[in-house]
Design a protein around this ligand. Structure first.
Ligand code: CP
Ligand code: NVA
Length: 312
């Protein structure tokens, strides 16, 4: 049976742990020029409905380093669900490719693609979830602190795909997560319910608050994302107003523990959700997280497309 990664709930905590460890090994191997060609001769389709820098390029470079090949296909060329039904393109692409990455708007589209595809499907971001980013963020945290267990993270800002994904990631890995959002911008209730159910079995602590000052007290990491996600551009002005009190700036960081780091999935809007001083400051590990997109996704590709692959 093929496996997909549409959500971090599609894998077990032990599998996430395995992916993070494999990612670290592949990262080390890449730096010493000894990357195993786990995906030699394998092909990956990259279907994008939205813009991307990191997701596209990290999958392209990752596949290349593992000996595989990618095709980048923008929706303008194929009309996902308009020129052709999703279920038809899923079955066509499954006959050419060994895996498919999709970045799109509605999460239902990636679910339908995975249902009809006979090869693994990876969610490269939907309006609901961005699981690859959280794998990379967790890898960066594990590298920085030497462990994931016991960490407390504050997510401050929009209850968007990143907040939803953090809820599932923290739940799976038994972390403490405080999400601070303005009223009306909270995470998706169905995801919160799913994450809360997982948290009961892993011992994770999940809480949603309104006050960003309360959220950052005592945490090890402060995470933020843009106030206006792709597809919400018409709401940008209202959002700038509604999120004013949620900026990660030096004053807010002064309320955290002195060892707390700052993270962001990128791209960042300096002067909105984060100030330039904090983004560029010594507590920022944003580029470590960005680098880890490459390593975490190489582990994911190997896990899904060459599950028999072993590395010492
Ligand atoms: N963080 C992230 O997914 O970046 P891109 O939108 O550039 O792919
Ligand atoms: N929430 C952002 C994340 C970008 C990586 C968006 O969906 O646009």
């Amino acid at each position: 049976m093929k496996r997909d990664l549409l959500s971090l709930a599609d894998v077990t905590p032990a599998e996430i742990e395995y992916l993070l460890t494999l990612a670290s090994k592949l990262k080390q191997r890449q730096k010493t020029g000894l990357t195993p060609p786990f995906l030699e001769g394998k092909t990956l389709a990259l279907l994008f409905h939205k813009q991307s820098l990191r997701t596209r390029t990290s999958f392209e470079v990752g596949m290349h380093q593992l000996g595989g090949f990618t095709s980048y296909i923008h929706d303008q060329e194929i009309g996902i669900g308009t020129r052709e039904p999703v279920k038809d393109l899923a079955r066509v692409l499954s006959r050419y490719y060994d895996g498919i990455v999709l970045r799109t708007f509605s999460h239902d589209i990636v679910v339908e693609l995975a249902e009809y595809a006979t090869v693994p499907v990876i969610n490269g971001l939907t309006d609901l979830l961005h699981p690859c980013q959280i794998l990379s963020a967790m890898l960066a945290l594990r590298e920085h602190f030497g462990r994931l267990k016991g960490l407390h993270i504050a997510y401050v800002g929009d209850g968007n795909n990143m907040a939803n994904s953090w809820l599932l990631g923290a739940a799976q890995m038994g972390l403490a997560l405080t999400v601070a959002c303005p009223r009306g911008y909270q995470p998706e209730p169905t995801i919160l319910a799913q994450a809360s159910q997982i948290a009961e079995t892993t011992g994770a602590m999940l809480e949603i608050v309104e006050d960003p000052h309360q959220a950052v007290k005592g945490v090890d990491a402060v995470y933020t994302d843009v106030w206006t996600s792709m597809g919400q551009e018409a709401e940008a002005e209202a959002r700038r107003r509604d999120f004013q009190a949620y900026q990660i700036n030096e004053a807010l960081m002064a309320e955290t523990l002195s060892h707390a780091v700052v993270m962001h999935c990128l791209p960042a809007h300096r002067g909105e959700e984060i100030t330039d001083a904090v983004f560029e400051g010594s507590r920022s590990i944003v580029f470590e997280e960005a680098e880890n997109r490459l390593h975490a996704q190489k582990a994911l590709l190997a896990f899904l497309m060459a599950p028999e692959a072993q590395i010492s």
